[in-house]
Design a protein around this ligand. Structure first.
Ligand code: SF4
Ligand code: SF4
Length: 181
């Protein structure tokens, strides 16, 4: 049986706790969050394990895993937690760090979708689905994947078809909220 020796990165734990506003040491690993998390069964981790890894300062493992890119922000974890801990907030802080440090994510296309989404919101003040799809397809080179789903969305009026539709009036303020002038 192999044993993994963890060298805690205290600075990392402190940074994530401050950025998320979550005291990860308050988690006592009851796993209620993980039992309700819709992503846990398709990911290589669970909300409870994410918190424990942050506490242990396992930065590389967290950055390279898929969980932070798959979390859908539903907050089920917080709702179920007897300690009122939001793993979503911790995941957001981890994702932000991954972006800032250009970490190479395991789920490359999810990260590409995030970046593309954010860039469009920054320039236009809102999302433009056809533009998002165009940029995403070019970046992922997966030109035909999910075509049937896209067509279905257009048919049901869930997706616009004009990639040139303009900016909203408050686009500068939206950019400022995101954190870029
Ligand atoms: S429900 Fe709360 S205390 Fe229990 S494992 Fe999840 S985060 Fe920790
Ligand atoms: S917010 Fe993320 S971590 Fe929390 S339950 Fe939803 S998918 Fe899981």
């Amino acid at each position: 049986m192999s044993t993994t020796v963890v060298k805690p990165d205290r600075e990392f734990t402190k940074k994530i706790s401050e950025a998320s506003g979550v005291d990860v040491s308050a988690c006592y690993q009851c796993m209620k969050c993980s039992a309700g998390c819709p992503v846990a069964e398709v990911s290589d981790s669970t909300p409870a394990h994410i918190l424990r890894k942050v506490l242990l300062g396992m930065k590389d493992e967290l950055m390279q895993g898929d969980f932070i890119w798959l979390c859908i922000g539903c907050e089920t974890c917080k709702t179920r937690c007897p300690q009122d801990i939001s793993t979503r907030a911790v995941v957001d802080a981890l994702k932000h760090m991954a972006f800032e440090e250009n970490a190479e994510p395991k789920e490359k296309n999810v990260a590409l979708l995030y970046r593309t989404f954010l860039n469009i919101v920054k320039t236009r003040g809102r999302i433009n689905e056809p533009l998002l799809m165009m940029h995403y397809k070019m970046g992922s080179k997966d030109y035909m994947g999910d075509m049937d789903l896209g067509m279905e969305m257009i048919k049901k009026g869930k997706m616009g078809i004009n990639p040139l539709s303009g900016r909203i009036r408050g686009s500068r303020q939206v950019r400022e909220i995101i954190g870029e002038k």
